[in-house]
Ligand binder design. Sequence first.
Ligand code: MG
Length: 349
Amino acid sequence: MKLEAITLREIQMPLVHFFETSFGRVYSRRILLLTAHCDSVDGWSECVAGEDPFYSSEWIETAWPVIQHYLAPAVLGRTLTSARESVHWMAKVRGHQMAKAAVENALWDAEAQQKQQPLWKLLGGSRREIQCGVSIGIQDSVEQLLQKIETELASGYRRIKVKVKPGWDINVLERIRSRWSEILLSCDANSAYTMDDVEHLRKFDQFNLLMIEQPLWNDDVYYHARLQRELRTAICLDESIRHVRDAAAAIETGACRIINIKVGRVGGFSEAKKIHDLCLANNIPVWCGGMLEVSASKRYWKEDIVEPEVEVSPQGTIAIGDIPGTGYRIREDLIEELTVRKETFRVAR
Ligand code: MG
């Protein structure tokens, strides 16, 4: 498979409702899309870098030049036997996992299309449907949050995760649990606490949570290990796991009992699979978090750029099809309408 050109573009997608975490609120989303033009097929990916360097130090305005000046030149013109090989060519660039994932994942889509295989099969997957949960952001009032949870449960979701921060935590979890004592409930702090809050975090144990996600610093493993020893509730690490070595360190030190694998955060499917395999060998459950890109279309978007739209069944599952590649048709006409900038990079050598 020869990579002839890469097109990078920015689109602006209006959100159905604002989404708030401990970082702040967003009303629409600026998204980078990448197309890998290989021989006769186009592979597509989304770069999950945010509009601001809050979730991670990467953001749209770092991803664009890193892809343009370093990652694209490293892979353009090369004949690759597998998308996996692109990792090697991009390794010279330190960090910038989300930018790297955008390049690598588009190549996976292209490879799957060329091999006439669904991407899940090429990656070694076996499930035909995915059980999915939802993440509900911080709301204006607890009543509003309870209303949202009710809506999500009614539409089939079986796992509810709520965002928490100091001042929006114990009081909120209490209200949720008094209404639904049995649902699978988790919370995500996105690093909103410190080791001064250990006593406070211990109070979370009473709510029988599936997990508390990333309570401490985004780049920390050590203090999470200390905190996990103090809590009955399982800690799940998200931001701290940037690659498989972080996962190995977290498992070895007991810093978490669950790991959230975000393909974009760890640099692409190759690294994500390594983390998956390591966790499997160590009996550490994993799940895939999205950065708004993995959920039912209608939860976030007025109109999605893929067809068919992503739908969640009444049982809270997303079915996986047999169409080669990602399994979704890209609505290029709509994407063109939403595009605010676009550039194509070609082979220079
Ligand atoms: Mg998280």
